[in-house]
Design a protein around this ligand. Structure first.
Ligand SMILES: [Zn+2]
Length: 117
């Protein structure tokens, strides 16, 4: 049974709850219930990156940074702000988790059938 008291997204494969600390933003991680390899989709990460870039640029510009200084601030602040954006947006904009395609979860029989066809 999935523990509904734990905060986190649901596994798209088995429906089990995945606690947030298990969800890796950049890497493939496994569902604690069914061990399926899961990942945050690229489009979600791109949206987060655009949002991060806008925040960093606006804040840097508002702080008076211009030209090269603004670029340095964007480069330096991107990673930490990206982490903050991930932690603050994931609760109300949870990533639609995807089954990682590089891991084959089918049985050896299914694999053999696919190779025949
Ligand atoms: Zn699962």
């Amino acid at each position: 049974m999935a523990d509904r008291s734990v905060s986190g997204p649901d596994c798209p494969f088995c429906g089990g709850r995945i606690p947030w600390p298990r969800v890796m933003y950049t890497e493939v991680f496994s569902c604690p219930s069914c061990a399926t390899g899961l990942q945050v989709p690229d489009f979600y990460k791109r949206r987060q990156q655009v949002l991060t870039f806008v925040i960093v640029t606006v804040v840097g510009y508002a702080a008076g940074a211009r030209g090269v200084m603004l670029i340095i601030i964007i480069l330096a602040a991107f990673a930490p702000v990206s982490g903050i954006v991930w932690y603050t947006t994931r609760t109300f904009m949870p990533p639609p988790l995807m089954v990682n395609e590089t891991v084959d979860h089918s049985s050896p029989d299914e694999r053999a059938q696919r190779n025949d066809g």
